[in-house]
Design a protein around this ligand. Structure first.
Ligand code: NAI
Length: 293
């Protein structure tokens, strides 16, 4: 395996930006591309602000901020990934779109380049089926917000070369994260074992057991989760969370344990996606959570 020094990130949304941050801080060259040039610009502006804030708090020196920012290369075409040792995809959660991207990437990158997907729920083996060399494809599933959630799932597809996963385990440690190896099963670890939190929280709300904020408070304060299910879904965004629930339900052949809820379907249809739209289960004013009306 080639040493991973240059990383390409495709998708400059919440996840892509977070991965750029930890990679640039670890001294890697990071090339960022998105179909939306505004998204790349917004991610770079936001990264600069984040590093400036960390510097103001004394966590980074101005030199470290300068060095991290210099490691980030904003790109206006996918072809810029040509010299990457690894490309991590963090685009929309749709199998057809991801497969199309991986196919395109294989025509651009070198034979040694590793291709990774940050998918929450789609089978790595299915994404890799678009590639001539599926052995170089793995899952690299970070959590939101990436710099704070210091764990990452490394997922081997059925055709992945184990050495590729090994290299990404090592890279995760270099970026200050704890990697956990998972097999290519629906939801991997967290969206399988952890799915019950969201699903049962939604069921309790649907059955009128308690309000969203009361369920969140209990799960946070009593059960020890960092966030309750509704706070978590608002952070993730229902445009991501609801399709993930549907996908895992379908992949387990309509297993009732994973059945999605109409509560999220209605909000998704109404554009109440969570923090990113200013309203979800909670309302957000200047980024501050307000109780539901
Ligand atoms: P997002 O909606 O914030 O960002 C996605 C970005 O991808 C957008 O800027 C969009 O313009 C860009 N994009 C879409 N299609 C593209 C294409 N064909 N080529 C290049 N860029 C394209 O999404 P987010 O939340 O960052 O999620 C990205 C991926 O990460 C998804 O697969 C999601 O399931 C996964 N994920 C999301 C988590 C979350 O909490 N939001 C947590 C873990 C994984």
């Amino acid at each position: 395996m080639k040493d991973i020094k240059t990383i390409g990130i495709v998708g400059a949304g919440a996840m892509g930006k977070g991965i750029v941050q930890i990679a640039a801080q670890a001294g890697l060259t990071v090339k960022l591309f998105d179909v939306s040039s505004q998204a790349v610009e917004a991610a770079c502006t936001s990264l600069q602000q984040t590093w400036d804030k960390l510097s103001a708090k004394g966590k980074f020196t101005p030199e470290q901020v300068k060095a991290a920012m210099a490691n980030v290369v904003a790109c206006d075409s996918l072809e810029a990934m040509a010299d990457a040792d690894l490309v991590v995809e963090a685009i929309v959660e749709r199998l057809d779109v991801k497969k199309d991207l991986f196919k395109q990437l294989e025509g651009i990158v070198s034979a040694q380049c590793v291709l990774a997907s940050n998918t929450s729920s789609l089978p790595i083996t299915a994404i890799a089926s678009a590639c001539e060399h599926p052995e170089r494809v793995v899952g690299y599933h970070f959590f939101n917000p990436v710099p704070l959630m210091k764990v990452v799932e490394v997922i081997d597809g059925l055709r992945s070369d184990p050495a590729v996963g090994d290299a990404l385990m090592e890279l995760a440690r270099k970026m200050g994260h704890t990697p956990v190896r998972a097999k290519d099963m629906p939801g991997f670890i967290v969206n399988h074992a952890g799915r019950g939190l969201n699903i049962e929280g939604l069921r309790a709300a649907q059955e009128g057991v308690a309000q969203f904020d009361q369920i969140d408070a209990i799960m946070r304060e009593q059960a020890g989760f960092r966030m309750g299910p509704f706070e978590l879904m608002d952070l993730t965004g229902l445009d991501v969370s609801h399709p993930v629930m549907e996908s895992i339900y379908q992949q387990f052949y309509d297993e009732p344990r994973f059945r999605p809820s109409p509560i999220t379907a209605v909000r998704l249809a109404g554009g109440m996606l969570g923090r990113k739209t200013g309203a979800g289960f909670y309302r957000y004013e200047d980024g501050q959570k307000q109780l539901p009306e």
